[in-house]
Design a binder for this molecule. Structure first.
Ligand SMILES: [Zn+2]
Length: 245
């Protein structure tokens, strides 16, 4: 692993499509990094306004707005549990995210603004295995993943891409470590033995999505953590495809 250069702040950016995605994917990792002194910024790309029950009959602009407000409040509470210092909501309509140049520019702006050294993002690839169910590959996840990786290279580090950002004062900044969750090939794991409780506590903030009684979910999360850790000889883990840039 490349040693961390002394002139770079310990900043990490987590880019996810929806409120609660980060908690499921990497909540315990982020809590560990925050405890080590990393400044974590979470970017949530959609407004979360479609995260209601499949069978709902009262879907109106107003109920979507209310749901979005609830989910943002849950996200802020959960971020505090994990030690995330900043949450940015990009407010794209939930369920309609596309990997556009506009989204890429916004993500480049956040990468440059925070001078992110580490980045966690979703995977642009589907994995068809039983434990990686269809729901994990929400079209918003695939879109934000494609936009994020396109933003990392080359635009975040290249002055010639989005020169308007340069004019806004956002100098090129190179993301050095990329952690892709739910990727087809997982080559890196983080031991979450001491932070899994924080992950579960963070998930308990997302009542609108997960309800009040999350005991069954907590069991599933522990089981996943055991499965993720096994190939790496760790008791409990979150795993990634990790790549250096
Ligand atoms: Zn999601």
């Amino acid at each position: 692993m490349t040693p961390h250069p002394p002139d770079r702040p310990r900043t990490a950016l987590v880019v996810m499509a929806h409120p609660d995605d980060a908690e499921f994917a990497c909540g315990a990792t982020v809590a560990g990094w925050a405890a080590e002194g990393w400044q974590i910024t979470l970017v949530v790309c959609t407004d979360g306004g479609s995260g209601g029950p499949d069978e709902a009959t009262d879907v109106t602009p107003e109920t979507r707005r209310q749901l979005s407000a609830t989910r943002k409040a849950e996200q802020l509470a959960s971020a505090a549990v994990l030690g995330i210092s900043e949450v940015i909501f990009l407010d794209y309509p939930d369920g309609q995210l596309e990997s556009t140049l506009e989204l890429r520019r916004e993500l480049v702006r956040q990468m440059r603004r925070t001078r992110a050294y580490r980045l966690i993002c979703q995977s642009p690839d589907r994995v068809w295995t039983p434990s990686y169910a269809l729901g994990r590959y929400h079209p918003d996840h695939l879109a934000v993943a494609a936009a994020t990786l396109a933003a990392v290279y080359p635009a975040a580090q290249n002055a010639w891409d989005f020169p308007e950002l340069l004019a806004e004062g956002y100098a090129p900044s190179r993301v050095r470590e990329i952690y892709v969750v739910s990727a087809p090939h997982l080559n890196y794991a983080v031991d979450i033995s001491t932070t899994i409780e924080q992950k579960l506590a963070a998930l308990r903030c997302h009542v609108s999505q997960l309800g009040h009684d999350q005991s069954a979910l907590a069991e599933r999360i522990r089981q996943w953590a055991v499965e993720r850790g096994e190939p790496f000889g760790l008791p409990l883990a979150e795993s990634y495809h990790r790549v250096e840039n």
